[in-house]
Design a protein. Structure first.
Length: 199
C-alpha cells in the first residue's frame, strides 16, 4: 500500500495534499518496518525521471517532519537505539541517504530542483528536523551545486584571449572535449609563434 501510494504521488503532474497525508499516515503506522520504508523511498526516487524527483523530495520532507514531530512528542517510545523500528530509527535511516538524495537533486541541473531543495533544507534547519551535523553537510552540497557551473566555465575560459578558434562555445559543456582543447592549445601556440616572428 505504501509503495503504490508513493508512486501515485510522485508520478502525478501535481502533488496531492490528500494523498500526501494518506501516505504519511501509512508510513507512521508502518514505522516498525522503517528499513523497508526508507529503501522503497530511495529506490523509487533514483528510478524517477528528473521532472518527478521534486515530488519525491516533498515526500521525504513530509515523512521526515512527521516522524520528527512524533519523536519529539513521544521521546520515551522512540528510542533511536531500539531494535524495533520507530520514528527515531526511521529518521536515522533517512539520515543515511540524505547526502545521496541532495547530491542527486543538485545534479539535475534544473534551477527549480535546486531552488526547491534549498527551500526544504531551510525548513529542516528551522525545525531541527535532523542533527546540525547532517544539515551542515547538506548545506555544503547545495552550496557546491550553486557554484558548480562557474568554476568549469572559468577554467575553460582561461585561454580566452584568442578570438579565432571556434572552441569558445565549448565551456557550456560540463566536460570539455579533450580534442577541442588540444586544437585550441595548438592554435594558441601557432599564434604565439607567428606574433613572436612578426615582432
Amino acid at each position: 500500500e505504501f509503495e503504490a501510494t508513493l508512486k501515485e504521488i510522485v508520478n502525478a503532474k501535481r502533488v496531492s495534499a490528500r494523498k500526501m497525508n494518506n501516505l504519511t499516515e501509512i508510513a507512521m503506522k508502518s514505522l516498525k518496518e522503517d528499513t523497508k520504508l526508507v529503501s522503497i523511498l530511495y529506490r523509487t526516487h533514483k528510478a524517477l525521471p528528473p521532472a518527478a524527483k521534486i515530488s519525491s523530495l516533498y515526500v521525504f520532507d513530509a515523512l521526515s517532519r512527521a516522524a520528527r514531530s512524533h519523536a519529539n512528542k513521544h521521546p520515551h517510545s522512540n528510542d533511536p537505539r531500539s531494535a524495533e523500528g520507530n520514528s527515531a530509527t526511521f529518521l536515522l535511516k533517512v539520515e543515511g541517504i540524505l547526502e545521496g538524495l541532495f547530491s542527486d537533486m543538485v545534479a539535475l541541473e534544473q534551477p527549480e530542483a535546486k531552488e526547491k531543495t534549498q527551500k526544504i533544507l531551510d525548513i529542516w534547519i528551522k525545525g531541527n528536523t535532523f542533527p546540525s551535523t547532517i544539515l551542515s553537510r547538506l548545506k555544503e552540497i547545495t552550496e557546491q551545486g550553486k557554484g558548480k557551473k562557474e568554476p568549469e566555465v572559468n577554467n575553460a575560459n582561461v585561454p580566452a584571449p584568442r578570438p579565432e578558434p571556434p572552441t569558445t562555445d565549448s565551456p557550456t559543456n560540463a566536460v570539455p572535449d579533450p580534442q577541442a582543447t588540444l586544437l585550441a592549445l595548438l592554435a594558441q601556440a601557432a599564434n604565439a609563434s607567428t606574433s613572436t616572428n612578426g615582432g
